[in-house]
Write a protein that binds this ligand. Structure first.
Ligand code: FA5
Length: 337
């Protein structure tokens, strides 16, 4: 009787969940088969009857399990899969693709390179780690020279230094190419500096060197003027004042009137002027290190603060933005390329 009832229930079950309900009804903890023996008084049964009862109950359980398994298999095969989510939803707005942007320092560098190439200068690559000789002695800064204190240095474990300026390339280039020579060396420099709106520990310079017969300060000023008018594409105020560098004689500082405050003084410039291009006539000692005949040749050199030039050109008030890694800085330049 219980078997027939089970078969009727299973016949009415058309989904796996309904078969499960039938299983619970018969074989669950309080199921009809599980509790089949509950009302039987075993004390009144003989040993033979007890044995038969147990056997019947086991057969009933096995029957139910078999029929339930069959029904589960059948309904699973026929049941529809759960509602499927569409894998492609054409109504979702697209994410679009973003264009990369060139770093503002790189943009100014490329512009500088093309201006200098137009004046016959070669653009040369150079190493960021220098020997002590290259960074200091080759440009006339011996070990005990006070000028070393002007550029606090990161020393590497192999006694090389992260270059504090690009000036080591002056002698390297003269040794390699000889005179006459016209070249620039843009690149990254490192100084152990306290950081503020106009000082970074990692920044870019662009060294330049021209060596030829009868080179004078007039050539130097002419090249600097051409450079600034091409880069800023407008009139800018500059001042030339004496400056000391052991590798030039005489030496100058070319300062740019601050484009943020118009020369009044602000957190970026301090006193209204931005120190931009130290320069001068190449010291004979540097020419000698480079193997150049100083009775025939003279030259000028400069070290443009490329990072500061980028600040002035693009109105970036704080140098720390460049190394901040904040993509919002770069995103602003996506359209400039
Ligand atoms: C020099 O490094 C010389 N080698 C430049 C030179 C070359 C002089 C050839 C004469 C002839 P100075 O330490 O002033 O000089 O640095 C040159 C420029 O690099 C500065 O005018 C400034 O624009 C930039 N600069 C220097 N230190 C930093 C810094 N910590 N952060 C950003 N820019 C800097």
């Amino acid at each position: 009787m219980l078997q027939q009832q089970l078969l009727d229930d299973l016949a009415a079950a058309s989904a796996p969940e309904q078969v499960e309900q039938v299983r619970i009804k018969y074989l669950g903890r309080k199921g009809l088969i599980t509790n089949y023996a509950k009302d039987t008084d075993f004390s009144k049964l003989s040993a033979e009857e007890k044995k038969n009862f147990g056997q019947k109950l086991n057969e009933l359980k096995a029957f139910a399990a078999e029929k339930l398994a069959e029904a589960a298999e059948k309904t699973a095969a026929h049941s529809l899969p759960a509602v499927r989510r569409p894998t492609l939803d054409l109504t979702v707005p697209g994410t679009g693709s973003t264009l990369g942007a060139m770093h503002p320092i790189r943009m100014v560098q490329l512009e500088l390179e093309s201006v200098f190439e137009g004046m016959g200068f070669t653009v040369l690559d150079s190493p960021e780690a220098e020997t002590e000789y290259g960074n200091f002695e080759s440009v006339n800064i011996p070990a005990d020279h006070p000028a070393r204190d002007m550029q606090d240095t990161f020393w590497l474990q192999n006694e090389m230094v992260l270059r504090t300026h690009t000036s080591a390339n002056q002698v390297r280039a003269l040794r390699r190419f000889g005179a006459p020579f016209r070249g620039i060396f843009p690149g990254r420099c490192f100084r152990y500096e306290s950081i503020d709106p106009s000082h970074e520990n990692t920044f870019f310079q662009c060294e330049g060197l021209m060596v030829d017969e009868n080179i004078s300060v007039a050539h130097l000023i002419g090249v600097m003027k051409t450079l600034l008018s091409k880069i800023f594409k407008r009139d800018v105020k500059v001042r030339l004042r004496p400056g000391f560098f052991p590798f030039v004689e005489p030496g100058f500082e070319l300062d740019l009137n601050c484009l943020f405050c118009g020369g009044k003084g602000c957190p970026t410039c301090g006193d209204g002027w931005i120190e931009l291009i130290p320069c001068g006539l190449t010291h004979p000692k540097v020419l000698e290190h480079g193997g150049v005949d100083t009775s025939k040749y003279s030259g000028f050199a400069f070290g443009i603060g490329l990072t500061r030039l980028a600040m002035m050109k693009y109105g970036i008030r704080d140098i720390r933005y460049f190394n901040s890694g904040d993509v919002r800085v770069l995103e602003q330049f996506a359209a400039v390329i």
